[in-house]
Each structure stands twice: as C-alpha cells, then as structure tokens.
Design a protein around this ligand. Sequence first.
Ligand code: NAI
Length: 251
Amino acid sequence: MDILNKHIVITGAARGLGFTMAEHLMAKGAVVSIVDIDPEAVAAAATKLSQGGKAFGYVANVADEASVETMFEAMKQDHDQIDGLINNAGILRDGLLVKQRDGQLTKMPLSQWQSVIDVNLTGVFLCGRETAAWMIEKETQGVIINISSIAKAGNIGQSNYSAAKAGVSAMSVTWAKELARYGIRVADIAPGFIETEMTNAMKPEAKERVGKMVPLGEWGKPVHIAQGAVFIFENDYYSGRTLEIDAALRL
Ligand code: NAI
C-alpha cells in the first residue's frame, strides 16, 4: 500500500508510540485520525500533528462498545473511507497472580485482571471489527496493525498483560486468514522495551536493569516501532505474522 493520502486511524495516539507513529505516517503523506480516551490530550496532540499535515482527533474509550461505535460514526462523517488502523491503545496494571509474604497471602483482584483485558484485548477486537466492516463496505483493500508485545510469551507480574498480548497476536493471525478474501491484510508488532511515558513510570534502577538485558544494550525509541508500521503498510505480501522489534531481547 502506498501511504500517500491514505486515511490511517491510530488508537491511543495522544502520546507515546501512537503519537510517533502518527507523525511518521504523516511525514509519508498519510491523513491521520488519532483516537484516545483523554479529550484534552486528544485536542493537544491533534493540534500539534496538524502542523505537519492533515490530522483529526477523536475521543473514545476503546474498551467500551458504545463509545467505539459512536466514535466510528463520527469519523464516517469526516472521512469517506479507512485505509489503515493501528490498534495501539494499551495499559499496564502489573502484579503477581498470588503473593505470599510474612505469612500473608494476597491475590490479584479480578478488577486488575479485567481492566487490562478490556483495554488491551477487547479494545483491539472492537476497533478491528468496526474497521473491517467499514473496509468491506467500501471495498477498501486496507491494512490493520495490532500492537502486541514481547510479553506475549509470558512475563512475571504480567498475567493480565501477557494474556491480552498473546490474544492480540492470535487474533491478528485469525483476522489475516478471515479477511484475506476482501484484500485486507492484518499483522501485529511485538515491541521490546521502548522509551515512552508508559515505561518512564518505572523506577530508574529497574530501567537501567532492563537496558542491560537487551542484547543491543539500550532501550528502543518510538521511531523504531513507527518504522515497523511503515514496513507493514508498504509490503503487500506481509500478513498474518508478528514483527518483533526488540533488539534480540525476545523473552
Ligand atoms: P502510553 O501509556 O505512553 O500511551 C498509551 C495511550 O493509550 C495513552 O495516550 C492513553 O491515554 C491511551 N489509552 C489508554 N487506555 C485507553 C482507552 N481505554 N481508550 C483509548 N485510549 C486509551 O503507552 P505506549 O508505551 O505508547 O504503548 C503503546 C502500545 O504499545 C500499548 O499497547 C503497549 O502495550 C504497547 N507496548 C509498549 C511497549 C513499550 O515499551 N513502551 C512495549 C511493548 C508493547
């Protein structure tokens, strides 16, 4: 797919990886719609992006079906079609499944599990479903990219996150097979450790430890993930696979 003048929607793009992917795709001539849960952040990000081309901002909670459907209806008033979607919105709510310390046993609350599944897995399902329906309706041979993680292999303290990201990768393969008949490609990206607001919340000593675990010796930058997204959009024979961008860290 030639990115020039294509309408590409990115969820969770008011900051972090999503925002950088928006900038990168706009530099290649895409018209970008960013979606995020925080209205002020959406307005600020869309204004900033608009300095580099055509950018639109929409507010939605990707975990909420009605919110997603309403947002897509609003988007259809502004855009005739959708050529690409990056399902990027995600959250972390880390914790051990069960923990025993000083004779005290604590369990991960169901709400902690569910919040991550709702945003990181159901959110991908809902936005992917609406996008596929719009593409098929308009006979658009588009591309859907889902953002997974190296944590999909399983990671201590991330029962909820790892399960959601493994689900995202499995769903990407499923959609690639189901939607191929409409000319729609689907793939996912599994980033390693990338410097964003999400990971900046880690303690400095933990960040340093993580950096030392990476065979290439340093954290990734959001632009590395944006370059992966461009590759998937542009390569018409790439579908149903996970692009791992982790400097050989794979868990
Ligand atoms: P971030 O926390 O900097 O940005 C995430 C964005 O998603 C925020 O703007 C937030 O408001 C938005 N968001 C959260 N919940 C939402 C909801 N319910 N509806 C709509 N928007 C919502 O995170 P970052 O680091 O940019 O991550 C982006 C994606 O990449 C996530 O899916 C994350 O799991 C994934 N990822 C990030 C890695 C990293 O090292 N930063 C590594 C592997 C995967």
